[in-house]
Ligand binder design. Structure first.
Ligand code: PHE
Length: 339
């Protein structure tokens, strides 16, 4: 019995020494000290031994188990340290590696310009409205004094959905929608998308406009000129000069086209302004009395000013962009410049 015990202990110690990791060591522990382990098997054999010798052998078995437990515990500590060291080594952080860059977004140049213009006009007491991009021919044209077959329809190459439904070609349709539901005094601006069948380096089939409308008693052309002159100074710079040229829109009379001194060359003449020193930024005028009457507003009592500007045109002027198409390509290398 003693020799068997010595052999088991000897084998167990050898196997403990050979264990290369904690998992392997645990297998050794189970093999020798577990419920079905070798020492338990020897214990079971005690019953075959003479009663007076049993306590002695029982003690020998327990001693051997204690020795083995100590041996395993020692090995366990050694392996834990080794495994921790290996883990730390494999998980070291290479602080010389470049970090992960967090890309943060920015507003699109068109949104930047819309926000700036909106801020200027809300500061002057205008409210902001919103309207549908799919519009009736009636609101987009007819009520604005552009009946069917009117030559002015040629000014705006229109996408027709049906004979009576169009993709709005101008935010001026909001003049009608607003005057039909709101009583004067009215002061609104309406930023939004408009559509025209046009595509080259200075035209995109979808672009943005901001329409402005003020209806009140005694509104004159002077109010319009003062308002837009002030607006141009706020948007570009204090030095910006404004020039008004007579123009024609069926829904305003008189009508003007507004130029500002080129923001790039300050009026000297450069490629951006094609050498003229001026950039055209908007159309405007005193609302044709017929349009007021179409909306049930007494043109004897009230008058109105209206203006409409293309946002892309202004963004191009503001940021010196040479090709309008790039604004809608959403190339991050371009957009990144507007952070
Ligand atoms: N709707 C006109 C355009 O798209 C601009 C405009 C608006 C002109 C308001 C006068 C008054 O060209």
């Amino acid at each position: 019995m003693k020799t068997i015990l010595d052999k088991i202990l000897n084998d167990a110690q050898k196997e403990t020494d050979c264990a290369s990791d904690l998992k392997g060591l645990n297998e050794v522990r189970i093999k020798f000290l577990g419920k079905n382990g070798e020492f338990t098997a020897v214990m079971k054999n005690l019953k075959d031994i003479k009663a007076e010798e049993r306590p002695l052998f029982g003690k020998l078995i327990n001693d051997a188990k204690v020795i083995l437990e100590g041996h395993i515990a020692f090995k366990e500590k050694e392996l834990s340290v080794k495994e921790l060291e290996e883990k730390l080594l494999s998980e070291t952080v290479d602080i010389t590696l470049p970090g992960k860059r967090v890309e943060y977004g920015s507003l699109h140049p068109i949104s930047i310009v819309i926000n700036e213009i909106t801020d200027i006009f809300t500061g002057l007491g205008f409210d902001v409205t919103d309207g549908p991009e799919i519009e009736t021919d009636k609101f987009n044209f007819e009520m604005l004094n552009i009946p069917k077959d009117h030559p002015a329809r040629d000014m705006q190459d229109t996408f027709y959905i049906t004979d009576d439904i169009v993709l709005r070609t101008q935010t001026s349709s909001m003049q009608i929608r607003t005057m039909l539901k709101q009583k004067p005094p009215i002061r609104i601006i309406n930023p939004g998308k408009v559509y025209r069948s046009d595509f080259d380096s200075s035209h995109s089939p979808m672009f943005h406009q901001i329409e402005g409308l003020a209806v009140d008693k005694h509104i004159t052309l002077c109010d319009l000129l003062g308002l837009l002159g002030e607006f141009a100074k706020k948007l570009f710079s204090k030095e910006t000069k404004t020039r008004f040229r007579p123009s024609y829109f069926p829904f305003t009379e008189p009508s003007v086209e507004v130029d500002v001194t080129c923001s790039e060359c300050k009026g000297k003449g450069c490629p951006l302004c094609k050498g003229t020193g001026w950039m055209e930024i908007l159309g405007a005028g005193i609302v044709n009395p017929r349009v007021l009457e179409n909306c049930g507003i007494d043109s004897g009592e009230y008058s109105a000013l209206a203006f409409g500007m293309g946002i892309e045109r202004i963004a191009i002027t503001r940021f010196g962009i040479s090709d309008m198409r790039i604004v809608f390509e959403n190339d991050k290398r371009f957009l990144r410049n507007y952070r």
